[in-house]
Design a protein around this ligand. Structure first.
Ligand code: TXA
Ligand code: MG
Length: 337
């Protein structure tokens, strides 16, 4: 593994590495992805091996320009076209009917493909220089926390990738919103970095699979209830309610040892009052209560608490609006059930 800066020469090198069958970890505006040539089944197989990911879990294909959609998918209908034109590049993945020449491994044999045009200039440059479409799941071992910094990737997958391009911390910090536009109305399969409000403003109501309401056989493994999880047990409480659970927390501390609290904002910290002394570590997602900032900090706080080796994490839900939905989805999936 080599960790490289996003200089022009290195971006070309990363693109060439993908074109010749390599695995490149690259920053996107959401999380770091583990990229390979989507049309090279052997390279794609290396992604599954590196992540220890079940091969029934399909990958997102990334392109660098709108003109490349039809290399991967069938010509999009009017709803998909509006979303592409207005919300791409950005943290929105669309499920579309696929082209038959895409390797089955990419889509797990589904008749559809997940497609995204990312905003991050480093991702865009690498995809362009690769000359192909890039299949890239989040660059973490299957089921573990997603990486929002190059060092998260180096620590989790370092030996398994050819190059890691360090583009600094990912500005959005949670994965893209996955929207299935092959059905009417479209269905959100995973809440993420693109606010549902922004989608609905363009195409009207969409259906949302609520947190914890995943069907027994998930259509999209992003709907699995245990996912994005730290090793440390994580307990989830309602927004602003950690203070009320002080008794439970105190006995938990006595039994388990060092506890961490993951709070949404300074107001939650204030409500905690004297109960704060039960926690060896306290992290605040956004002191001023901004859900964009909170999302950007979510995975890096969880990685850090996991590395510190605390015995349990108590986390409060975010207010359920804007990116708060994606934050709550990830916290729920990370929680001990
Ligand atoms: O922000 C992101 O989306 C990041 C960056 C790297 O782009 N990628 C990412 O990929 O989160 P991954 O593989 O970790 O998540 C892809 C999600 C999974 O929940 C997968 O099941 C779903 O998309 N998916 C992929 N293809 C699908 C398909 N054809 N139908 C339904 N769901 C699909
Ligand atoms: Mg993932």
């Amino acid at each position: 593994m080599e960790l490289i800066s996003p200089s022009e020469a290195n971006l070309r090198r990363a693109g060439a590495c993908i074109a010749s069958g390599g695995l490149v970890a690259l920053p996107t505006e959401t999380v770091y992805g583990l990229g390979a040539n989507a049309f090279d089944a052997r390279a794609v197989a290396r992604i599954f091996e590196a992540k220890a990911r079940p091969s029934f879990d399909p990958l997102i294909v990334h392109i660098a320009a709108l003109g490349d959609v039809e290399r991967v998918a069938l010509p999009p209908g009017p709803t998909a076209r509006i979303l592409m034109e207005r919300l791409w590049p950005g943290p929105l993945t669309l499920i579309l009917p696929r082209r038959p020449d895409l390797p089955d491994l990419v889509t797990s044999g589904l008749p559809t493909v997940a497609l995204r045009l990312p905003l991050h200039p480093v991702a865009r440059a690498i995809i362009s220089y690769s000359g192909t479409a890039v299949a890239a799941p989040s660059a973490n071992p299957f089921g573990y926390l997603s990486p929002t910094r190059a060092e998260h990737v180096a620590r989790m997958l370092g030996e398994k990738v050819d190059l890691i391009v360090d583009g600094g911390p990912c500005p959005i910090g949670v994965e893209s919103t996955v929207l299935d536009v092959t059905v009417d109305p479209p269905v959100v399969l995973r809440p993420g970095g693109m606010e549902i409000e922004a989608i609905e403003a363009l195409i009207g109501r969409v259906a949302v699979g609520g947190v914890g309401s995943a069907p027994p056989v998930p259509k999209s493994p992003g709907q699995l209830n245990s996912h994005y999880a730290p090793r440390t047990p994580l307990f989830l409480v309602s927004a602003g309610k950690l203070a009320e659970r002080a008794d439970a927390v105190r006995s938990e501390a006595a039994e388990r040892g060092r506890l961490a609290a993951l709070l949404f904002d300074d107001a939650s910290r204030g409500r905690l009052g004297a109960a704060a002394s039960n926690f060896a570590e306290i992290r605040i997602l956004s002191p001023r209560g901004d859900s964009l900032e909170a999302a950007a900090n979510l995975f890096s706080h969880l990685h850090e608490l996991d590395e510190l080796g605390v015995d349990a994490i108590w986390a409060e839900r975010a207010p359920e609006r804007g990116l708060g939905r994606a934050i709550n989805d990830r916290l729920y999936k990370a929680s001990t059930k």
